[in-house]
Design a protein around this ligand. Structure first.
Ligand code: ASN
Ligand code: ZN
Ligand code: CA
Length: 326
């Protein structure tokens, strides 16, 4: 069996028309990307997707390949984001790609990363007709693997909130990096999935409490919330550091980010904010880092990257103070 890289065309459920690097065996195309650590996508039985003409899916969830296109493309963009922006060679940093599984379970309304299989799994959602394969979800879940292989933030209490926030931050950064016409980048999480049934996203980074449960600000009890709600403090910090406080419209979405102390925060842009969070995650945070320690970790990272007299360093401190972390 020969192995040669080929260029396929995919029609995803959420990602639209995309280009995929596939593998030609000499007799069939495989949904496997040798240029990105050999990452590949399998069906619910663990069988690698193959195709005769290298045209994958049709954009509808009823075609089983369409969700596989999203999963494979989401993994490719996540790979490229970490490689090209942060110099990270795969989730473990060892050049090995993770595989993705789609169509998992029955009416399974979730997606998850697993360290033990070093793989991503996506359910098909309600009535098995709404796969959870949007690109911010792919970036979110695969970032759990990065966190696990770096800071190792414990998945409970404040460190658990920071773990979840790290996934929302980089899931969002992957969405901005991919910049899809069919999924314009935003600071919302899971907005394409309609899991609430009324068109609202799962989470909002500019004002996390808009979901009815997430924390906008740190309090001494925030660590007792579910990690998907205590993440609000970190998500709000990241939004404020990136875009600043107050009203703003980005790609047609309106945001209005409040601050705890009422003081205005001026953003430094999401790319610098992500550089700071990534360095904090990979150099300074540990399994037990809490919000107070995250403030110190990101200040250290900003100092390394931009200097302690920089506008970036000052903005990090102001953004944490604005979410009541001092
Ligand atoms: N989708 C959930 C998450 O990544 C599943 C989980 O592992 N908690 O946060
Ligand atoms: Zn998560
Ligand atoms: Ca989003």
């Amino acid at each position: 069996i020969q192995t040669s890289n080929a260029t396929g065309t995919g029609y995803g459920v959420f990602d639209g028309t995309v280009t995929l690097t596939t593998n030609w065996t000499g007799s069939v195309y495989q949904l496997k990307d040798n240029t990105r650590g050999g990452q590949y996508t399998v069906d619910k039985n663990g069988t690698l997707y193959t195709d005769a003409d290298n045209v994958w899916g049709n954009g509808l969830a009823s075609n089983g390949q369409s969700a596989a296109v999203d999963a494979q493309f989401g993994a490719a963009k996540t790979w490229d984001y970490y490689k090209n922006v942060h110099g990270r060679n795969g989730i473990r940093g060892d050049g090995v790609g993770a595989y993705s599984k789609v169509h998992y379970g029955t009416n399974y309304v979730n997606a998850f990363w697993s360290d033990s299989c070093f793989c991503m799994t996506y359910g098909d959602g309600a009535s098995n007709t709404h796969p959870l394969t949007a690109i911010d979800v792919a970036g979110h879940e695969m970032t759990h693997g990065v966190t696990s292989n770096t800071a190792g933030l414990n998945y409970s209490g404040e460190s658990g909130g920071l773990n979840e926030s790290t996934s929302d931050i980089f899931g969002t950064m992957v969405e901005f990096y991919a910049n899809l016409a069919t999924d314009t980048p935003d600071y919302l999480i899971g907005e394409r999935l309609n899991l609430n049934g009324n068109g609202t996203p799962l989470r909002y980074m500019d004002k996390p409490s808009k979901d009815g449960a997430s924390a906008d600000y740190w309090s001494s009890t925030v660590g007792s919330k579910d990690v998907h709600y205590s993440s609000g403090v970190g998500n709000h910090f990241f939004y404020l550091l990136s875009e600043g406080s107050g009203a703003k419209t980005i790609n047609g979405v309106s945001y209005n980010s409040p601050t705890y102390n009422g003081a205005a925060v001026t953003g430094i842009g999401r790319d610098k904010a992500a550089k700071i969070w990534y360095r904090a995650l990979t150099v300074y945070m540990t399994s037990t880092t809490n919000y107070k320690a995250a403030r110190t970790a990101t200040l250290n990272a900003a100092k390394d990257l931009y200097g302690s007299t920089s506008a970036e360093y000052t903005a990090v401190g102001k953004a944490w103070t604005a979410v009541n972390v001092s």
